[in-house]
Design a protein around this ligand. Structure first.
Ligand SMILES: NC(=O)c1ccc[n+]([C@@H]2O[C@H](COP(=O)([O-])OP(=O)(O)OC[C@H]3O[C@@H](n4cnc5c(N)ncnc54)[C@H](OP(=O)(O)O)[C@@H]3O)[C@@H](O)[C@H]2O)c1
Length: 231
């Protein structure tokens, strides 16, 4: 891996929650960070303004192929040591037969299709030996699905994991490290106020994993302690 001051990361979906803390933590560790949001201003922009140039904000609606292509154009010539797709949504706890078709489509497009489109669009910016990572969840593990609830969200993360495995097979020879990360249950808008962990506690551990795995071959599904999550 390159010297600390020389490492470059792009974080997709960093306006709040885990993504915001991830962008901050990487910048705090000396990475040069580009972080995306769908709306201007906010905490991410304020952090960028006080980051001495370590953090830069870009705009992206991840479900838009046109916006992905435009971001790729704007970043032409950049080189990344880490491309991390964090963005996802949850639309509540309905049994799947009660999920409206529009809601099913929205969650699947956002959580499964769009992260893969994003990494396909942007992987050319990642150096050989760099890392392509997506925020998944143990909720996406089929073998760990023994508790009731969140059927659509779980299915979307399982679909994400499956698509990432196909991606990893398709790009097996590209020399890039490929990771699916389970950050643990955190207090965010998505995780809810009753979650046991704060992003400020979990994300440093996640970044330790990202840094430790840099250069590792193949695809791994890891929790924030670097432990393998069963598929
Ligand atoms: N919190 C947990 O307990 C937990 C556990 C396991 C995994 N995760 C995963 O961790 C990641 C972050 O979750 P979080 O808890 O931090 O959720 P969050 O607070 O709801 O933040 C979600 C982020 O994704 C962005 N986003 C959503 N849809 C987008 C789109 N179409 N285009 C661009 N950005 C979009 C949001 O931007 P806006 O502000 O514009 O909406 C926001 O920055 C997700 O992948 C989630 O599935 C979370």
């Amino acid at each position: 891996m390159s010297a600390t001051s020389d490492r470059h990361a792009l974080i997709i979906g960093a306006s709040r929650g885990l993504g915001l803390v991830l962008a901050n933590e990487l910048a705090r560790r000396g990475w040069q960070v580009i972080a995306t949001t769908r709306q201007g201003g906010g905490e991410l922009q304020a952090n960028a303004d006080s980051s001495n140039g370590r953090l830069r904000v870009e705009s992206l609606e991840m479900t838009s192929p046109d916006e992905l292509a435009a971001l790729r154009e704007r970043l032409a010539g950049s080189r990344l040591d880490l491309l991390f797709v964090n963005a996802a949504i949850d639309r509540g706890n309905l049994p799947v037969d009660e999920v409206p078709t529009d809601m099913f489509t929205e969650v699947m497009i956002t959580n499964a299709l769009s992260p893969l489109r994003a990494i396909e669009a942007l992987r050319g910016l990642v150096t050989p030996g760099g890392t392509v990572a997506i925020m998944s969840s143990d909720q996406g593990s089929i073998s760990l699905n023994t508790e009731d609830g969140y059927e659509l969200y779980k299915a979307s993360k399982a679909a994400l994991n499956q698509l990432m495995r196909s991606y990893a097979t398709r790009h097996a020879g590209d020399g890039q490290t490929k990771l699916l990360i389970d950050p643990g249950h955190n207090q965010t808008r998505l995780g809810g106020p009753g979650a046991p962990f704060l992003p400020e506690e979990s994300i440093p551990a996640v970044v330790d994993v990202l840094e430790a795995q840099a250069g590792a071959p193949g695809l791994q599904f890891l929790d924030r302690h670097g432990k393998t999550v069963p598929w």
